[in-house]
Design a protein. Sequence first.
Length: 232
Amino acid sequence: MNCIGIIGAMEEEISRLKEKMKDVVITKKASMDFYEGTLEGKKAVVVRSGIGKVNAGMCTQILADIFHVDAVINTGIAGSLNNEVNIGDIVLSTDVLHHDMDATGFGYRKGQIPRMDAFSFEADEKLRKLAWKVCKEVNPEIDVHEGRIASGDQFISDNAVKDAIISEFGGFAVEMEGAAIGQAAYLNEIPFLIIRAISDKADGSATVDYPTFEKAAIEHSVNLTLGMIREL
């Protein structure tokens, strides 16, 4: 790969990655700072997109247009949608979708973007298999899962909302950027992978869980990302 794009929604999710970069050149686009340099000996661009799907989609398009990345890795945190996925675990995306897309009034299935062939956007299998192997090596104390990740512009902290998402889409994790990154990567024919460390259960306990486990979740996610870059 000539260049790898790495996106984190929050500064906490990418600060360690930026610290490890060498020969950095910073380019500012759409109020985002793109750190271009070498990471673990590989050419990479690390960027904080900001929170939410619009920011994430714009960021991915800039990585495609300006930096011509060969792959996009999105690292961050999420809430669990599956009882087998516990706080601290890692979820690797098999596919991503928009749980808050609703054009059912026009006869579309919930989550389906009108006039698009794809219902969900499939992550790159090679990246996912590599991430699985690396995660077992660098984060042996936690479990790693492969599954669907659902995205929407809302922080899920209500059991009824969580249950509705599970009923409609299944899924292993819920967050606020992955589907936009996946959609933009799909449209640009760029391989992608969404990596999510679980920080909360996406229910009434979220306000208690999130601050406690955010730091550990980010640490696991960063360890995995760095390990992947070394082997790409």
